[in-house]
Design a protein around this ligand. Structure first.
Ligand SMILES: C[S@@+](CC[C@H](N)C(=O)[O-])C[C@H]1O[C@@H](n2cnc3c(N)ncnc32)[C@H](O)[C@@H]1O
Length: 122
Protein backbone atom coordinates (compact mmCIF):
# COMPACT_ATOMS: atom_id res chain seq x y z
CA UNK A 1 0.00 0.00 0.00
CA UNK A 2 1.43 3.38 -1.06
CA UNK A 3 1.16 6.66 0.86
CA UNK A 4 -1.57 8.01 -1.43
CA UNK A 5 -3.68 4.89 -1.01
CA UNK A 6 -4.61 6.31 2.38
CA UNK A 7 -7.90 8.22 2.12
CA UNK A 8 -6.91 10.79 4.74
CA UNK A 9 -3.66 11.56 2.88
CA UNK A 10 -5.51 11.84 -0.41
CA UNK A 11 -8.07 14.25 1.05
CA UNK A 12 -5.50 16.42 2.82
CA UNK A 13 -3.18 16.49 -0.22
CA UNK A 14 -5.73 17.22 -2.92
CA UNK A 15 -8.61 19.07 -1.25
CA UNK A 16 -7.92 22.78 -1.70
CA UNK A 17 -9.44 23.47 1.74
CA UNK A 18 -6.55 21.59 3.35
CA UNK A 19 -3.75 23.23 1.32
CA UNK A 20 -1.75 26.17 2.63
CA UNK A 21 -1.96 29.47 0.75
CA UNK A 22 1.74 29.03 -0.08
CA UNK A 23 1.11 25.66 -1.74
CA UNK A 24 -1.95 26.86 -3.67
CA UNK A 25 0.07 29.77 -5.09
CA UNK A 26 3.06 27.51 -5.80
CA UNK A 27 0.78 25.17 -7.78
CA UNK A 28 -0.50 28.05 -9.90
CA UNK A 29 3.04 29.38 -10.50
CA UNK A 30 4.04 25.86 -11.58
CA UNK A 31 1.03 25.77 -13.88
CA UNK A 32 2.03 29.03 -15.60
CA UNK A 33 5.50 27.56 -16.26
CA UNK A 34 3.97 24.34 -17.59
CA UNK A 35 1.80 26.26 -20.06
CA UNK A 36 4.89 28.16 -21.28
CA UNK A 37 6.78 24.87 -21.82
CA UNK A 38 3.85 23.26 -23.66
CA UNK A 39 3.57 26.30 -25.94
CA UNK A 40 7.32 26.34 -26.67
CA UNK A 41 7.45 22.60 -27.43
CA UNK A 42 4.37 22.84 -29.62
CA UNK A 43 5.95 25.57 -31.75
CA UNK A 44 9.33 23.79 -31.94
CA UNK A 45 7.70 20.51 -32.95
CA UNK A 46 5.09 22.10 -35.18
CA UNK A 47 2.56 19.50 -34.04
CA UNK A 48 0.59 18.64 -30.90
CA UNK A 49 2.74 17.05 -28.19
CA UNK A 50 2.38 14.03 -25.90
CA UNK A 51 2.74 14.30 -22.13
CA UNK A 52 3.63 11.59 -19.62
CA UNK A 53 2.65 12.65 -16.10
CA UNK A 54 4.40 10.43 -13.53
CA UNK A 55 2.27 10.74 -10.39
CA UNK A 56 -0.99 12.08 -11.84
CA UNK A 57 -2.61 12.31 -8.39
CA UNK A 58 -6.21 13.44 -8.83
CA UNK A 59 -5.71 14.54 -12.47
CA UNK A 60 -5.50 18.18 -11.37
CA UNK A 61 -3.07 19.06 -14.17
CA UNK A 62 -4.98 17.63 -17.18
CA UNK A 63 -8.20 18.95 -15.62
CA UNK A 64 -6.92 22.55 -15.67
CA UNK A 65 -5.10 22.17 -19.01
CA UNK A 66 -8.29 20.94 -20.63
CA UNK A 67 -10.04 24.10 -19.44
CA UNK A 68 -7.93 26.26 -21.78
CA UNK A 69 -8.80 25.36 -25.36
CA UNK A 70 -5.76 26.91 -27.06
CA UNK A 71 -3.41 24.97 -24.73
CA UNK A 72 -5.47 21.75 -24.89
CA UNK A 73 -5.32 21.82 -28.70
CA UNK A 74 -1.49 21.74 -28.43
CA UNK A 75 -1.70 18.37 -26.67
CA UNK A 76 -2.25 15.18 -28.62
CA UNK A 77 -2.06 12.66 -25.72
CA UNK A 78 -1.85 12.96 -21.97
CA UNK A 79 -0.95 9.75 -20.14
CA UNK A 80 -0.74 9.74 -16.36
CA UNK A 81 0.61 7.05 -14.10
CA UNK A 82 0.40 6.62 -10.37
CA UNK A 83 1.61 4.01 -7.92
CA UNK A 84 -1.50 4.47 -5.76
CA UNK A 85 -4.59 2.72 -7.14
CA UNK A 86 -6.74 5.24 -5.20
CA UNK A 87 -5.27 8.06 -7.29
CA UNK A 88 -5.74 6.14 -10.53
CA UNK A 89 -9.41 5.58 -9.61
CA UNK A 90 -9.95 9.27 -8.73
CA UNK A 91 -8.22 10.38 -11.93
CA UNK A 92 -10.30 8.06 -14.11
CA UNK A 93 -13.46 9.46 -12.51
CA UNK A 94 -12.33 13.06 -13.12
CA UNK A 95 -11.32 12.23 -16.72
CA UNK A 96 -14.73 10.62 -17.38
CA UNK A 97 -16.63 13.52 -15.78
CA UNK A 98 -14.74 16.00 -17.96
CA UNK A 99 -15.23 13.84 -21.07
CA UNK A 100 -11.55 13.96 -21.99
CA UNK A 101 -11.00 10.17 -22.31
CA UNK A 102 -10.19 10.62 -26.01
CA UNK A 103 -6.90 12.23 -25.00
CA UNK A 104 -6.24 11.32 -21.38
CA UNK A 105 -5.55 7.98 -19.72
CA UNK A 106 -4.60 7.17 -16.13
CA UNK A 107 -2.99 3.88 -15.25
CA UNK A 108 -1.31 2.15 -12.36
CA UNK A 109 2.47 1.89 -12.54
CA UNK A 110 5.20 1.66 -9.94
CA UNK A 111 8.02 3.78 -11.30
CA UNK A 112 10.64 2.63 -8.83
CA UNK A 113 10.49 -0.75 -10.58
CA UNK A 114 11.35 1.00 -13.81
CA UNK A 115 14.19 3.00 -12.22
CA UNK A 116 15.57 -0.07 -10.44
CA UNK A 117 15.28 -2.00 -13.69
CA UNK A 118 17.36 0.63 -15.49
CA UNK A 119 19.91 0.63 -12.63
CA UNK A 120 20.21 -3.14 -12.93
CA UNK A 121 20.87 -2.81 -16.65
CA UNK A 122 23.78 -0.36 -16.12
C1 LIG B 1 2.18 15.47 -4.58
S1 LIG B 1 1.18 14.38 -5.55
C2 LIG B 1 1.11 15.36 -7.05
C3 LIG B 1 -0.07 14.99 -7.91
C4 LIG B 1 -0.19 15.74 -9.24
N1 LIG B 1 0.99 15.54 -10.09
C5 LIG B 1 -0.40 17.23 -9.02
O1 LIG B 1 0.51 18.00 -9.30
O2 LIG B 1 -1.47 17.60 -8.57
C6 LIG B 1 2.35 13.09 -5.98
C7 LIG B 1 1.71 11.91 -6.72
O3 LIG B 1 2.75 11.06 -7.19
C8 LIG B 1 2.41 9.71 -6.92
N2 LIG B 1 3.68 8.95 -6.79
C9 LIG B 1 4.61 9.03 -5.79
N3 LIG B 1 5.64 8.19 -6.04
C10 LIG B 1 5.37 7.56 -7.22
C11 LIG B 1 6.04 6.56 -8.00
N4 LIG B 1 7.21 6.04 -7.62
N5 LIG B 1 5.46 6.13 -9.14
C12 LIG B 1 4.28 6.66 -9.55
N6 LIG B 1 3.58 7.59 -8.86
C13 LIG B 1 4.12 8.04 -7.70
C14 LIG B 1 1.58 9.77 -5.63
O4 LIG B 1 0.74 8.66 -5.45
C15 LIG B 1 0.80 11.07 -5.85
O5 LIG B 1 -0.42 10.86 -6.50
Amino acid sequence: MEMYDNENTVQKSFDIDFLTEYLVQAQWAEFIELKKIITELYYVKGNPISILDIGIGNARVPKHLSGIKEIWDMIERYDGTDNAQTCVDISRKVIAELGIEDKVNAFFMRHYSLINGIKNMI
